[in-house]
Design a protein around this ligand. Structure first.
Ligand code: MGD
Ligand code: MGD
Ligand code: SF4
Ligand code: MO
Length: 720
């Protein structure tokens, strides 16, 4: 057979959900990956991480066989390369029997809720993210996991204000004339939006970046507003103050579509630019200027990203920013509005995928308790009635990514906790597993996928056979269900069945999914745009140009009775984070940004030499402002310890002007690749966001101290 090209979809946790063409040789080996040139958002290119994807798929470090912990091998961090020594290889049959036997004993003895699934977005394919796994845990009666680790504060904010998780179409950014990337590192995290921003700029658009950190995106912008972390609600309300004071708002739009406008106007009175300046660290004139430019340049669009809501006041901040396009009426124009997420537009048959009704058939006979994944440390060490006795981890690396790592590691080190990890590599989490199971990559499995940064459904084909004995999530949970004796036919569904069900086989399809089937996706070359009614009539999909709100009032909710009923502030407001320069805890003076790496995806890719090379010079580094460094006698290249009450990590100081004074930054990394054995999450807390129960990675206070070091004094040199 000559070379074949198979279309797939990148399933990593990224808004872009790229169409990926995989070239496979006659021996069945993938020899090339490239961006699908026919995909309107992918536009024929891949990010640096996935351009090198074959290095991941064919890495000599891939986990390829099921294994169980050797008797006597203690749980705990192992040096990279030595992990397999803790385990012995077993057959799939033996591994699955062992898991099923333990789950049965634990379920009978302590109740099924003592079993906890732990998963997030290792894959965001519909099947891989949540299908057979959910059916399995529902039928088992296991604790339900509240998947809050990334986006619930922002997601709940969007729902509170607009009632729907949709926004400005990605391709429409090319028509914008004023673009604000607000807490959005477009270059690093959302690269396929960049060419559209560039196109808009060629036509005269201005790009403003609001981010405490000078990202590559900020460096390339026309105006970088280096706001202090966690103070965005104050800035957004300050902008409103100016808009209302100067009459620069869309009277007609807020009148027709707004709910609670007068209350918001009153609230905004408290946010005079001079006051906002004190909180945000910006000049009052800049607040004025930003508000004026934003309101008078049409169309204006905001790319808001989840960076804004990883702090304690994050829900309110997201809400405040989201109200801006309604206030100036930006939704009326093509190229105007706001995009946080597009995921709410996709309507797969979630009920059938996940079958929450199966909880009734479990030994519990009711809905199981819900455990917040952002408080895993608490769940494994303090949660009672019942205590967690078993954890099944897949699509996630909690030992690295969950906050308050010391407590997480104390929990997963417990001898009486039975831990299964389904993974592609020996991660920080497999170091604590009793059983490890090998997982496929997206090249080795079939799936269907939506996106959170565009409006195309993609069908991902299996390009190559699974390596070694790697198996996809669906297969693992289907096999386990059979071993647990679950007889419901849904446990026998194949990936093809599940894809057809996700696309409503045998049921009426929702309008946006009309005619989208496995066959039509195949015929269309792998991706189909959602069927928006406006576009069928030859128009454009402008989500809130003329209503379309899913809120209880049917309007844009500037004031939310729903939040008020939960005892929350019905209006957005600035409340300093407990751990911040204006907060209640002032034991540590520096605000810490434990950031994502530009060339990894959270902790994914951190172990691969090619990706490490791309991050070269940025891992293991603490970025610190010259004034903060000087005050601590820290020089470029010095070893420093970064610490707070939760722990201490060691990094190398880089004296940079990439961050405002009083803020320090470092990047997420695997623990076992970090000097001292812990990454940035040793310092983060389990405190939750104001709404949505999300983590507050970016509301962390630390102090920094020099350990020792030669190094030469340089000032403000480094640039990301
Ligand atoms: N290369 C790469 N791409 C990724 C990922 C990755 O790890 N690496 N992760 C993926 C995931 S899981 C997600 S959720 C998405 C979305 O990811 P984003 O939401 O874009 O993620 P962040 O990098 O956390 O935040 C974006 C920017 O917000 C800034 N920021 C932090 N605190 C504040 C604040 O208080 N105010 C303001 N204005 N800005 C702030 C940060 O400095 C950062 O540059 O990206 C995905 N894409
Ligand atoms: N300090 C700090 N912490 C953070 C963040 C931050 O910005 N700073 N970001 C937070 C955010 S936004 C998020 S979304 C979370 C992300 O947290 P996680 O979702 O845990 O993300 P990853 O670290 O990428 O780990 C995903 C794992 O899934 C595995 N995997 C991939 N595909 C499959 C599959 O098909 N099957 C199975 N079984 N496994 C698979 C990968 O090999 C990888 O090890 O981290 C959060 N933690
Ligand atoms: S990680 Fe994002 S940008 Fe990179 S290939 Fe995947 S979807 Fe595209
Ligand atoms: Mo995320």
């Amino acid at each position: 057979m000559p070379l074949r090209t198979i279309h797939t979809v990148c399933s990593h946790d990224c808004p872009d959900s790229c169409g990926v063409l995989v070239t496979v040789d006659e021996a069945g080996k993938a020899v090339r990956v490239q961006g699908d040139p026919d995909h309107p958002v992918t536009q024929g290119f891949l990010c640096g991480k996935v351009a090198k994807y074959l290095e991941r798929v064919y890495s000599p470090d891939r986990l390829l066989y099921p294994m169980k912990r050797r008797s006597g091998a203690a749980k705990g961090r192992r040096a990279q390369g030595s992990e397999a020594e803790a385990f012995e290889r077993v057959s799939w049959g033996e591994a699955l029997d062992l898991i099923a036997a333990r789950f049965k004993i634990i379920s009978e003895e302590y109740g099924p809720e003592s079993i906890l699934p732990y998963s997030y977005a290792g894959t965001i394919g519909v099947l891989g993210y949540g299908s057979m796994d959910r059916r399995f845990f529902h039928r088992l009666g296991a604790s339900q996991l509240d998947r809050t680790i990334c986006s619930t504060a922002g997601g709940d904010a969007l729902t509170a204000v607009y009632g729907r998780k949709v926004g400005t179409g990605t391709e429409d950014f090319r028509y914008a004339r004023y673009i604000i990337a607000w807490a959005a590192n477009v270059h690093g995290n959302n690269i396929h939006l960049w060419p559209l921003i560039e196109e808009a700029r060629r036509n005269g658009a201005k790009l403003v970046v609001i981010d405490p950190y000078r990202t590559r995106t900020a460096q390339a912008a026309d105006w970088h507003i280096a706001i202090r972390p966690g103070t965005d609600s104050a800035l957004a309300l300050g902008m409103m103050h100016v808009l209302f004071r100067d009459g620069l708002y869309d009277h007609d739009y807020v009148e027709r579509h707004g709910h609670g406008f007068e209350q918001l106007r009153e609230r905004a009175m408290e946010y005079a630019p001079s006051r906002v300046a004190q909180w945000t660290g910006l000049a009052a004139d800049d607040v004025e200027r930003l508000a004026h430019e934003y309101a008078t340049t049409e169309p204006a669009v905001i790319r808001l990203n989840y960076g804004i809501q990883r702090c304690e006041n994050g829900g309110a901040a997201a809400r405040a920013v989201m109200m801006l396009p309604a206030i100036i009426g930006a939704w009326k124009y093509r190229g105007g509005g706001l995009q946080l997420s597009t995921s709410g537009a996709f309507q797969f048959d979630k009920q059938t995928m996940e079958r929450p009704d199966l909880m009734q058939a479990s030994p519990l006979g009711r809905s199981a308790r819900v455990v917040n994944m952002a408080r895993l440390g608490h769940a494994l060490t303090e949660l009672d009635r019942p205590r967690v006795r078993a954890m099944f981890v897949y699509n996630s690396n909690p030992a690295a990514i969950a906050p308050d790592q010391a407590q997480v590691l104390r929990g997963i080190s417990r001898k009486d906790l039975f831990t299964v990890v389904h993974e592609q590599f020996f991660t920080d989490t497999t170091d604590y597993a009793d059983v490890v199971l090998p997982a496929t990559t997206f090249l080795e499995q079939k799936d269907v996928q939506g996106a959170y940064g565009h409006y195309y459904v993609g069908l991902s084909n299996k390009a190559i056979e699974p390596l070694g004995e790697a198996r996809q999530n669906v297969w693992v949970f289907s096999q386990l269900a059979q071993r647990m004796g679950f007889t419901e036919p849904c446990f026998e569904d194949t990936p093809d069945d599940l894809i057809a069900q996700a696309l409503w086989r045998g049921k009426p399809q929702p309008e946006v999914m009309a005619g989208i089937t496995t066959e039509s996706l195949e015929e269309a070359g792998g991706h189909i745009r959602l069927k928006f009614a406006e576009e069928a009539k030859g128009g454009n999909f402008l989500p809130f140009a003329e209503g379309g709100f899913g809120t209880p009032s049917g309007k844009v909710e500037f004031y939310s009775e729903t939040l008020a009923a939960q005892g929350l502030d019905p209006l957005p407001g600035y409340v300093p984070a407990t751990e911040s320069r204006f907060g209640a805890v002032d034991a540590y003076p520096l605000e810490f940004l434990p950031r994502k790496a530009d060339n990894y995806t959270n902790s994914t890719f951190a172990n691969l030499p090619g990706h490490q090379k791309m991050e070269n010079g940025r891992m293991g580094v603490l970025e610190i402002h010259a004034a903060d460094a000087a005050a601590r006698r820290i020089r470029e290249g010095d070893r420093v310890e970064v610490f707070n009450a939760r722990g201490r990590i060691e990094l190398t100081a880089k004296v940079m002007d990439s961050i405002p004074q009083g803020v320090v930054a470092a990047r997420l990394q695997w623990n076992k690749l970090s000097e001292g054995g812990n990454n940035v999450n040793l310092l983060t807390s389990q405190r939750l966001t104001d709404i949505g129960g999300g983590p507050t990675f970016y509301s962390t206070l630390v102090e920094v101290r020099r350990i020792q070091g030669p190094g030469t004094w340089t000032q403000g040199t480094g640039r990301e």
